[in-house]
Design a protein around this ligand. Sequence first.
Ligand code: FAD
Ligand code: SIN
Length: 533
Amino acid sequence: MATHDASGQTHDVVIIGSGAAGLTAALALAETRRVLVLAKGSLTGGSTAWAQGGIAAVLDAGDTFDNHVRDTMVAGAGLNDPDTVEFVISRAPQSIDRLTELGVPFNRESGDLHLTREGGHSHRRIVHVDDATGWAVQEALLRAAEANPNITLLPGRTCIDFITDRHREQFSAAGRVWGVYALDEESGRVERHVARATILATGGAGRVYQFSTAPRGATGDGIAMAWRAGARVSNMEMMQFHPTCLYNLDVKNFLITEAVRGEGGHLLHPETGRRFMVDYDPERMELAPRDVVARAIDDQIKRFGLDYVHLDISHQPADFVKGHFPTIHDKLMTLGIDMTAQPIPVVPAQHYTCGGVVVDLDARTDIPGLWAAGECTESGLHGANRLASNSLLECFVFGEAAARDILGRWDSLEAPPAILPWDESRVADSDEEVVIKQNWTEIRRFMWNYVGIVRTTKRLERAASRIDLLMREVDEYYGAFRVTTDLIELRNLLQSAQLIVTSALRRKESRGLHYTLDYPELADEAKDTVLVP
Ligand code: FAD
Ligand code: SIN
């Protein structure tokens, strides 16, 4: 029976993360297995609830899977794995059907799904719920999970590290994951959640940057945990910057969806009103892939000493703008910006972690007993730059794949052994919380300044030496004090920063999201940056 006390009783499957990937896997498993879903903070605290634009799927008679595959590979600068791309894209229509069955109220026009357009897509193929698709998806998945007696949802748990063979009462050197140690955020106690199978679905590491559209909890926890447990991590240098985050001194991370450009929005120099994309990508203009548009804005800002550029859709009828973007319109009105009549000030900000834990088409990681899905993984879908709205899709397809694989091999999965409790015998309560705050701020600032949209080897090396210093400090602190969510996140943020910088230093070319002035050319061969623990 599923339990959630601190004594370490066994569940069938433990899933870490209650976003699109975690809940999709939970619902598929719960037909026959009992599942525990753990989440840091609230059950809606991940990026899924924040997604705006929508979900990419070939649903129009004039579109084809081949078109979607080609657009994904062009955006990904050839670093994508063609088998993964085909695997995901061919399953998109089924994913949309399942979400519709769960009650996601996708926008329709004369009965058919309304398809919007985003950068890098050669056709209209973005299924959406106004400009707040993620919230509708999160709500529908959560509603279904809450109604399922085989699913236990446990928010307020910050997972710390996997339980592995090191933590068996009888030590074994063989590497296998048997669940996870998690901090109960309210009581401060560390629980053991032991399982035959564990699925990692913890989202990205966006908060490693000072400016990011991602929620506060996107601190790379799962990627760092998997790395510490011995899983390979790949392409971490491929950090995606969204071109259009609202520039506002009070509201720091509000995204202005790419669909605004898809529905005709122009990017303008704020003083001259010039449509500057003509100088960077005259054919695709504002609908070039994100890396191209983000670099163009970064160049304008640096070249002309600007604080922001303008995104303008006020030439479209006011009803059209309000009808397509009600959430953004209302939010901007509270800030005194009427997007039907005036341009929106925007800047690029970190948005998506393309790299992550290496998984195969069954969502299996390198470590027996551990599967992973969603933004914490590198499945081969995105390559060097994710195509807009391919990310939620990846969560649905790989969440299902993980569940299918676990169910298929259930009888061969061993029952977990007896597991040692969390060892707190040598730690005390922290008396220097200021160290955590100081280090968080420092990491996020140097990552933004040294490991941002345009990189150089010298800046990357500067970041690497700061990371080495901070790692010694944080390791010392971690060994001495009782864990808190802030400390766990700081340790993971730092580990993620190290993986990003190490990967960026290894790539001796500019490809997709990794652009360095020291190696501006594309190498002949597209190769993943695979880090082995
Ligand atoms: P998340 O939804 O981020 O969920 C992560 C889960 O893991 C959360 O429940 C969190 O609490 C939990 N967790 C994390 N660490 C721990 C820990 N240590 N212990 C316990 N639990 C933990 N993609 C699209 O395809 N279309 C879009 O329109 C789109 N718009 C976006 C808009 C914004 C503003 C942002 C930030 C992203 C957008 N994306 C979009 C990307 C997409 O939303 C994410 O990639 C996707 O939702 C990730 O889902 P996930 O299930 O992998 O992780
Ligand atoms: C957006 O709406 O611009 C975000 C879409 C995405 O990240 O895929």
